[in-house]
Design a protein around this ligand. Sequence first.
Ligand code: SF4
Ligand code: SF4
Length: 363
Amino acid sequence: MRYKSYGQTGKQLSAIGFGGMRLPDPRNHDAGVALLHAARRAGITYFDTAPFYCDDQSEAIFGEALRSMPASSLPLYTSSKCSRPAASDFRRGLEKSLARLGLPQITFFHLWCVMDPADWKSRVAGGALREALKAKEEGLIGHVCVSTHMDGPAIAQLLAEHPEIEGVTLGYCAINFPYRRQGVEAARRLEKGVVAMNPLGGGLIPQHPDAFAFIRAPGDPDVVAAALRFLVSDPGITTALVGFSSEAHVAAAVGAMEDFTPHSLPRLEEIRAAIQKDFNEMCTGCGYCLPCPQGIPIPRFMDIHNLMQLKSSDDDIRARYKYHWDMTPAKAAECVECGLCESRCTQHLPIIARLRKLAAFQM
Ligand code: SF4
Ligand code: SF4
């Protein structure tokens, strides 16, 4: 396993983190506990959970696993989250997470799921940020962090304006890296930790190895290893957070870190350029199509269209609309077909036709 520094915290995190959102069976706590223990034995030091994951069982399963973790000379870091903007609600959420995990302190606690700058303002105005900093002073939180679905420039601005935020968790993978790359670069400049969630594109990359064969660099044994190595070679990324549901997944992710020399910066640039060139008919999330005069978040809709192209299930597409992007198909119907976006699109995608299809999707 490789270990990387999380910003200025002095903590070394495993380059692969344990994401607790896809545990094998929410009703079978023993299976989840065994999986967490296997990850610990494999050298993973960063364990991320949240309320509501796995039918709201993830934190409880983590709590059971933490109480019986195998002995190790390695440190162990925990992460959880709260999305409530009001100070009192945030505090209640934190206390509930502490109780379920059975811990006196959560190492990394996130203001969770910040969707856009207005949402972030509500966390500041509502008192959640102030409450998090107070909890840190009390020792209940080790480090105050943000988890977000914002684009790169908005993340960069948030980090620049809030030096008290010590790190950020964001969706980042070989499919969508252009969309948030500015945020990752800003975090690196400001010496913040960065945890990349969804490093395997929400399972799309392993489910479609042929479609994503182009992300493999020479020496990568498969697309999963390629996607993880691509991320952990990035000096801006501390940890790639993988949602594990079996010990085989743990072994594959940990194995990808063995016998591997991180790509050099010029090589990483070459891989990035090759990925973008070979993206064919898919949106890379670069954002050059914006702004839209109708305020349509085009890259987000095109990200959902990527799922449709890969023949994802309707349930997965609904989840992407609802939970990932907090959008409905109705917004796509506001397109007035002015054509501005298509004239700017780096991939020359038929955005207007795709928006029509997305607008017709049944939630
Ligand atoms: S064609 Fe539609 S989506 Fe594109 S810029 Fe015009 S209104 Fe926006
Ligand atoms: S639609 Fe085109 S320009 Fe817009 S984010 Fe996707 S690839 Fe980039």
